[in-house]
Design a protein. Sequence first.
Length: 64
Amino acid sequence: MQNKILRAQQVCERLDISLPTLWRWRKARIFPDPVKIEGTSIQGWTESTVDDWIEKKFTGQGEV
């Protein structure tokens, strides 16, 4: 299974939120920070990180 890197806009579309909301959630530590791909300027979230966050949010596990 391949674990894609999702950019901020893709995460927002997946969660149906705006970019400012994503940044507010990051600042408030509600949503994890992105990872940077070494040797590039690319940063984003692994698809599994986003999926795990969604799963925890909807199953009531952990603080979201």
